[in-house]
Ligand binder design. Structure first.
Ligand code: NAD
Ligand code: MG
Length: 392
């Protein structure tokens, strides 16, 4: 039995992880589950999985939650609150596997804590790797942690790497990696129509069902940009070895192009339970609940180049990767503020990229040599972007 701690249990990835655990319940013991605000869903999860700990980040909500859970047969679950509690449960001896499924930079410290404790870290929270890339990868290495990607593209790439490959290494014989992108809900819309798109349209992804922030990121293609940076750290490759290829059907989840002309791809129905099941049981395989891929039904696989004109966020992300240092942290913080502003109808869709670019231009890139620097840059960029937003 492996002890699993799920940070961000109530979100899309958290729920899918528990679906896979439910199917393979004899192999796992749920040690801790965390939520930010959705205490009703957390309560249901605790009643079903009886974790030793439940973390509700907000202290007031944690108090409400304590009262509610005391009346159920999950009353033995200890309820903790605060960000430190996320780090605490990630480092428990009983925890073998930490699923980092919090959205945004809010997941950074608990992701780092899991790596410091040498855990098997299943990373969905790409933002933490984007903003602290070199640091997180070195903490993983120094503490002999195992870092396995949950992001479908990176999980696909990991599966296409040579046997015995470990994340952080540069695999031999690779010409490049090809990150596939669905292109999001606005792939075929022209630039002038993009001005008027609504939050609802942006969150309505054609192939994947996901949280709101990553759905908007997919619509702007910032998600692919963040994934390029994520891939560069996970697979130790420079930007010029990473291609983005639009593949609207989301059947090929990514590919590795080897120097001998072989291209290895991982295919499957677009369902996050596949990469989650893979990473949870790696190096074994287990059932995920995902149906077999039907090639007759999915008989049209098409590919095209991404449009940097329509999706400038992708270019901003490549630029941030080239600039290195704190540039990816600046990009990420500005994006989080811009996406929030779009979701609360303060700015239009196309202004997301404009606002991020303004914030980048008004910032200075430094060496990302300590966690203190990274946290300061994250905070400063949020303040700066909020200020620029006020001037919009
Ligand atoms: P979501 O919004 O559905 O869930 C987010 C989870 O994080 C929730 O449990 C929420 O309670 C928690 N959370 C939110 N803000 C928090 C905060 N400030 N402090 C502590 N906890 C907080 O998001 P999601 O779609 O599950 O995505 C989670 C992460 O996984 C993101 O980084 C996303 O980019 C990545 N990811 C998601 C998918 C997907 O299919 N959903 C695919 C690939 C990668
Ligand atoms: Mg992805």
């Amino acid at each position: 039995m492996r002890g699993v701690c799920i940070l961000g249990a109530t979100g899309s990835i958290g729920v899918s992880t528990l679906d896979v655990i439910r199917l393979n319940i004899k192999s796992y013991s749920v040690i801790a589950l965390s939520a930010n605000k959705n205490i009703d869903r957390l309560l249901e999860q605790c009643i079903e999985f009886k974790p030793a700990y439940a973390v509700v980040v907000d202290a007031d909500l944690a108090e409400d939650f304590r009262k509610k859970i005391a009346l159920t047969d999950a009353a033995d679950t200890e309820v903790l609150s605060g960000f430190e509690a996320l780090e605490y449960v990630a480092q428990l001896v009983e925890t073998d596997v930490v699923v980092a499924a919090i959205v945004g930079a809010a997941g950074l410290m608990s992701t780092l804590a899991a790596a410091k404790a040498g855990k098997t870290l299943l990373l969905a929270n790409k933002e933490s790797l984007v903003i602290s890339g070199d640091l997180l990868m070195s903490v993983v290495k120094e503490n002999n942690a195992t870092l396995l990607p949950l992001d479908s593209e990176h999980n696909a790439l990991f599966q296409c790497m040579p046997s015995l490959y470990k994340t952080g290494q540069t695999a031999k014989g690779i010409r490049k990696i090809i990150l596939t992108a669905s292109g999001g809900p606005f792939l075929n819309m022209n630039l002038s129509d993009l001005k008027k798109v609504t939050v609802e349209q942006a969150c309505n992804h054609p192939n994947w069902s996901m949280g709101q922030k990553i759905s908007v990121d997919s619509a702007t293609m910032m998600n692919k940009g963040l994934e390029v940076i994520e891939a560069s750290y996970l697979f130790n490759l420079r930007a010029d070895s990473i291609d983005v290829l639009v593949h609207p059907q989301s059947i090929i989840h990514s590919m590795v192009d080897y120097v001998d002309g072989s291209v290895l791809a991982q295919l499957g129905n677009p369902d996050m339970r596949t990469p989650i099941a893979h990473a949870l049981s790696w190096p074994q395989r287990q059932d995920s609940g995902v149906s077999a891929l039907n090639f007759i039904v999915n008989n049209q696989l098409s590919f095209e180049a991404p449009s940097y004109e329509k999706f400038p966020c992708l270019r901003l992300a490549f630029d941030a990767l080239e600039a290195k240092g704190t540039a990816p942290a600046i990009l990420n913080a500005a994006n989080e503020i811009a996406v929030d502003a779009f979701l609360s109808n303060k700015i239009g869709f196309l202004e997301i990229a404009t606002l991020i670019e303004k914030a980048i231009n008004a910032s200075t890139v430094r060496l990302a040599d300590s966690i203190e620097t990274i946290l300061a840059v994250d905070r400063e960029t949020r303040e700066l972007t909020a200020q620029l937003l006020g001037e919009c």
